[in-house]
Design a protein around this ligand. Structure first.
Ligand code: ZN
Length: 138
C-alpha cells in the first residue's frame, strides 16, 4: 500500500490497532462467517436487526491490517442504517474497491479504501467484511 496517502494509511492503522465494534453480541439475528483463503483472513459477523434497521453489529476474527481495518470501518458505517441503505452503501463500497469508482460522502471513513483497486491482491482483504454484511442482510 505504498502510495496510499499518509492520511489514509493513518486511518487504516488506527482502525487496525483499535477496531470498533470488535467482539460478540449476546443477542443477534444473523451470524455470517467468511474467509479469504488467498490471504488467510477470517471474519465472523453478528448482526441484530430492529424495525428493518441494523440495530447493532460486531465482528471478530483475525487477518491482515487491511481486512481488520475494513471490517472495523464497515461496522461503523453500517450501525443504525436501514437494510436498504446498508445494501446501497455496501454496493458503493464494493464498486469503489473493485473498480475504482468514486463513492459518495456517505461512505465516510470507508473512502480511505478507495486506492485498493490498484492492488488486486488486496481487494479480497478489503471486501471480505462487506460481503459478510451483504450476506447477513440478504
Ligand atoms: Zn488480507
Amino acid at each position: 500500500m505504498d502510495d496510499l496517502s499518509d492520511l489514509y494509511a493513518e486511518v487504516i492503522m488506527d482502525h487496525q490497532r483499535h477496531p470498533r465494534n470488535f467482539g460478540k453480541l449476546e443477542n443477534f439475528d444473523r451470524e455470517v462467517q467468511m474467509t479469504n483463503s488467498s490471504c488467510g483472513d477470517q471474519i465472523s459477523l453478528q448482526v441484530k436487526f430492529e424495525n428493518e434497521k441494523i440495530k447493532d453489529l460486531k465482528f471478530s476474527g483475525m487477518g491482515c491490517a487491511i481486512s481488520m481495518a475494513s471490517a472495523s470501518v464497515m461496522t461503523e458505517v453500517m450501525k443504525g442504517l436501514s437494510i436498504e441503505e446498508a445494501r446501497r452503501f455496501s454496493d458503493e463500497f464494493l464498486e469503489m474497491v473493485k473498480a475504482g469508482k468514486i463513492p459518495s460522502d456517505d461512505l465516510k471513513d470507508a473512502k480511505v479504501f478507495g486506492g485498493v483497486y490498484k492492488y488486486p491482491m488486496r481487494v479480497k482483504c478489503a471486501t471480505l467484511a462487506w460481503y459478510a454484511l451483504q450476506k447477513a442482510i440478504e
